[in-house]
Design a protein around this ligand. Structure first.
Ligand code: ZN
Length: 256
């Protein structure tokens, strides 16, 4: 195990002392135990939670997000639970962008698992999640990407917009914007695309776009000659595993 990952796991266990490192396959680290919390500020005062969870950190972390299961069966399968029983914490692009910017397990658990469980407690009380809900599966992935790119959540628009992040796919001067607005790219989506590249780096956005395209069922479009060796290994591993995001497998129909 890399020292950095070990530090991150220790940080998690300091913050959530109920979680313990479980021996697992050598390919990934696994934490299991009580995820206990109390939320005392904000609109929903003094919400206390204690869930038995398993957090699986993939070998491709932080490029791929950890997968989380709730083990007591308190969360009904209709409520943001994937077919494999793991929790559907967020849209794949939300997880990718968050981990790309700040690859920290504690951050991931605070931002996605804690938020998810607090949301679930509110849902159990009121029948509604305190924040917006996205669809599951590919539709949810599209929604997430469309929000980030500020375009319509349809495959015909999201896919060409994502391809702009791949090497050699940037529209030239005077070319139309891939979002289908009929405007020139430079005055339409170029500012938003540049903003994301500034924030997450061109290499980072390229990898993220590539993964999102895979999730949407559009593999390829990534010129092999431009791949760094490391990237190539990651991609081969992802393809070998048959799915790209641990929390949301592509082309799976999600119930309710
Ligand atoms: Zn546009």
């Amino acid at each position: 195990m890399k020292d950095d990952l070990r530090d991150q796991l220790n940080e998690v266990m300091d913050r959530y002392p109920g979680l313990r490192l479980k021996p697992g396959r050598s390919s990934c680290a696994q934490l299991e135990g009580e995820f206990a919390f109390e939320v005392t500020d904000g609109e929903f005062k003094s919400l206390q939670g204690n869930f038995l969870v398993k957090v699986s950190v993939p070998r491709t972390y932080p490029r791929s997000a950890p997968t989380v299961w709730e083990l007591r069966g308190e969360i009904p399968s209709g409520v943001h639970v994937n077919p494999d029983g793991s929790l559907c914490l967020a849209s794949p692009i939300d997880l990718d962008l968050a981990l790309s910017k700040r690859p920290s397990l504690v951050d991931f658990l605070d931002r996605f698992l804690l938020a998810f469980l607090v949301g679930f407690l509110v849902y159990r009380k009121t029948g509604r999640f305190p924040w917006g809900e996205r669809k599951h599966g590919v539709a949810g992935a599209l929604q997430g990407i469309a929000e980030w790119l500020d375009c319509k959540p349809s495959k015909g628009i999201v896919v060409p917009c994502l391809r702009v992040f791949l090497p050699g796919h940037k529209p030239g001067n005077g070319e139309n914007c891939p979002c289908g607005s009929g405007e020139r790219y430079t005055i339409c989506h170029e500012p938003r695309i540049s903003e994301l590249v500034r924030e997450y780096g061109s290499q980072g956005m390229c990898e993220i776009a590539w993964r999102q395209l895979e999730i949407l069922g559009f593999p390829g479009g990534f010129p092999k000659s431009r791949l760094r060796r490391e990237q190539e290994e990651i991609i081969l591993e992802l393809l070998g595993r048959g799915r790209l995001m641990p929390t949301m497998a592509p082309n799976v129909h999600f119930g309710s």
